[in-house]
Ligand binder design. Structure first.
Ligand code: TYD
Ligand code: MG
Length: 453
């Protein structure tokens, strides 16, 4: 038999390549390709003459009731899960090291345990004493959950099969190793095999399994994207290190809407829920200042107001800086280009800095108008009214496109004391909002009406 040839796999996305390359063609990541033993092809040689078993096929109708969900009592966590925990679901929680994943899941598991679920937390990263100390600090010691420290996949599966808990947290999938796979823990092959075994176990035994995955910048450790397609729900825990706010975001959810967020604050006693994120994100806003625009956004099913801050300053560089934090830099470049070529407002020779206050990330195209507003306000050194929110998508022609859920955005803005809104004209807002609305059909009109330029 021919000797199996080693495969080259991207540790970021799991794509396999024939040979080593500096950059993965599939995901564009640099330095992420490593050499690994190939996955076993199994005893047979593909689909040959041997017959398989016929799979039973059945109609779509079902008289089974939807599975009962369990609330943790942590509203922010339940919302992101799509309304509580579904039995037998496989959930991946990804995030940068040190962002607070272990803290979140220890608190979450304890909350579910207090609601009557059998919860088990298995750590391959920290010693039992260390976790108990943390639990003590977080005031969780009375929660009826149990703790284990192990990295051997076979032992973990045996334990879970014996105990049959309702919920098992595995922290983290990158520390697990299976003796079936000839590769180091953390390699794509190991992470894939471990996730596959655990997800299969979850489905067949009705045990909900939460896998923790560190996002890795580079190197030989597989990132959470390798297992994203295997699980039902993918959550990312995000936040800026320097800020205390943490956002749990669902990027995939087979049991609820994706794009939902839960907001937490990292305190000395663990993660505290933030039930009114808009108030929090705007709390540091002082007097109206040039370069600041309030965006009325929608995150998942919930309206969230954020402040977009811009600074525009003369540049000494041949190619001026474009520093963007919390927004898509491609989108910002497009808006700058539209302002230049459609409205005749040049940004050449100017450094541009853009930032979303509070460490929030805004991905909605509806933020375009607020970004343009912040940029213009900074460039013209003229503040927008303090009680004004903006939203609307800008097309390449400079026209303003209507966005979804205008009423919800306006309602949230009004609740927080805003009385004016600048929005796309084409959008007819139903119902009496009580706010003064300024409809804009294209960006040139906006520049003229708002900044008199
Ligand atoms: P941790 O949950 O260990 O992160 P991860 O599992 O994602 O690597 O959280 C680590 C950080 O959180 C650490 O820098 C300290 C901080 N922290 C607090 O500020 N307050 C707390 O109560 C806890 C438990 C952690
Ligand atoms: Mg951890």
């Amino acid at each position: 038999m021919a000797k199996p040839v080693n495969a080259f796999t991207c540790t970021a996305c799991g794509a396999s390549h024939k040979k080593w390359a500096g950059r993965c063609e599939a995901c564009g990541e640099w330095n992420s390709i490593s050499e690994e033993a190939p996955l076993s092809q199994g005893p047979g040689r593909g689909l040959g003459a041997a017959k398989g078993r016929a799979v039973p096929l059945s109609p779509l109708t079902s008289d089974e009731a939807p599975p009962p969900r369990t609330d943790s009592g942590m509203a922010e966590l339940d919302r992101v899960l799509g309304g509580g925990l579904v039995p037998g679901s496989a959930i991946l929680v990804g995030g940068d090291p040190g962002i607070g994943k272990s803290t979140l899941l220890l608190q979450g598991a304890a909350a579910f345990a207090r609601r009557g679920l059998q919860a088990v937390y298995i750590s391959g990263e920290e010693a039992g004493a260390q976790i108990r100390l943390r639990a003590q600090r977080l005031g969780l010691t009375d929660a009826p959950m149990r703790l284990g420290t192990e990295t051997n996949l076979r032992d973990i599966l045996t334990t879970l099969d014996q105990e049959r808990p309702d919920l098992a947290v595995i922290d983290s999938v990158q520390t697990l190793w299976s003796d079936q796979v000839e590769a180091a823990p953390g390699s794509v092959a190991q992470v894939r095999a471990a996730a596959h075994e655990l997800v299969t176990f979850a489905k067949s035994r009705g045990v909900s399994v939460v896998l923790v995955g560190h996002v890795t910048k580079e190197g030989q450790i597989a990132g959470p994207r390798v297992v994203e397609h295997m699980v039902d729900t993918v959550l990312y825990f995000e936040g800026e290190r320097g800020h205390q706010f943490r956002i749990l975001r669902s990027v995939k959810n087979r049991f609820g809407p994706a794009g939902e967020i839960g907001v937490f604050e990292m305190t000395g006693a663990g993660l505290a829920e933030v039930s009114n994120p808009s108030a929090l994100f705007l709390s540091e806003r002082g007097q109206p200042s040039p370069g600041s625009a309030v965006f009325a956004g929608i995150e998942g099913t919930r309206p969230v107001l954020t402040e977009i801050q811009a600074l525009v300053a003369p540049s000494t560089l041949a190619s001026p800086r474009r520093t963007v934090v919390g927004l898509d830099s491609g989108r910002v470049s497009t808006i700058l280009a539209v302002l230049e070529s459609r409205c005749g407002i040049p940004f050449a020779g100017l450094d541009v800095f853009l930032n979303v206050a509070g460490g929030m990330r805004v991905n909605e195209p509806a933020a375009d108008l607020a970004i343009a507003g912040a940029l213009l306000s900074a460039r013209e050194d003229s503040a927008l009214p303090a009680d004004c929110v903006l939203f609307g998508e800008i097309s390449l022609s400079g026209a303003l496109r209507p966005v979804a859920q205008a009423e919800n955005r306006l309602k949230e803005a009004q609740k927080l004391g805003f009385s004016q809104a600048i929005l796309p004209e084409a959008r007819k807002v139903e119902g009496e909002t009580g706010m003064s609305l300024m409809g804009i059909s294209d960006l040139t009109g906006f520049v003229g009406d708002v900044f008199g330029a």
